[in-house]
Design a protein around this ligand. Sequence first.
Ligand SMILES: Cc1ncc(COP(=O)(O)O)c(C=O)c1O
Length: 359
Amino acid sequence: MSETSPKLRAELEGIPTYKPGKPAAAGGPVAYKLSSNENPYPPLPGVMESVTAAASSFNRYPDMMCTGLMNELAERFGVPASHVATGTGSVGVAQQLIQATSGPGDEVIYAWRSFEAYPIITQISGATSVKVPLTPGDVHDLDAMAAAITDRTRMIFVCNPNNPTGTVVRRAELERFLDRVPGDVLVVLDEAYREFIRDPEVPDGVEIYRERPNVCVLRTFSKAYGLAGLRVGFAIAQEPVAAALRKTAVPFGVSQLAQDAAIASLRAEDELLGRVGSLVGERSRVVDGLRAQGWTVPETQANFVWLRLGERTVDFAAACEQHGVVVRPFPGEGVRVTIGEVEANDIFLKVAEGFQKEL
Ligand SMILES: Cc1ncc(COP(=O)(O)O)c(C=O)c1O
């Protein structure tokens, strides 16, 4: 055997591997997974039926252009179908956006801490990450992000609400920021948690992109619509960007099961958004409960809460796990806890209370 190994791109060295949320322990006592911002509700029967029906022909390739889904999304959002592009989850679409805009020598700006896929997909492309720290209140520092723009900047992510803090940027500050971004820099409004927002001051990216050709809105079926395992997300952007997304898509990436489930979910939107309403109610209960215990919890508009625990992060996550809930620790920084089933949220609140008492 040869001593040499295939030459791999230098950019791959040191890429942090994506850490998926830890699964709930199998076979243990009750165990709830609150580590991946998933939807705790099982698939709706109608959505399940569409998936089972599509399964009978998975010997065939899916519709490569996702025609039915694109048309359905176009109608749902009141945009031309040519402005819609689908992909394998919104993380897949985010990677396509980077591929379409950025390479070695280019810069991609995003807040930090934010969604952990951003540094990975940026580094894979060979572009340079420019991480702009969140404010002390855990919110995007849009002034600092605007100040970080150089002539090498190609793309900027604004994660709204931000993962993992749940915090939002509001209409006036976002518009002010967008006014400062040169027209040849693409701003991606990552709205993976859009449906959980109740603050009327948080703008809908779909309204913003209509007036701004350098804005692309990223959405997903993984969270509010409960299709995380099927991998389907989409972008809404004006034609040149949407067309670039079609060029960078993995051919046949979105399975027919995913396409049909997404269409069925759009048609069952009222019921699904009713579930989102219940989760939002649980979110208020959890946040109020934590604050009553003395915790400082940033205002969250997503399906998770953020506790800035610093050095106590890992101990807190271990305590949660001992009691049957798995949360997402970011060692040295804090834990992100998904709003899940009522019983799971109760356990989390109980652990948080015990932990607070020990301090
Ligand atoms: C901010 C944000 N964007 C995008 C995604 C990707 O979701 P998906 O690829 O399942 O659509 C996530 C998932 O956690 C997220 O938190």
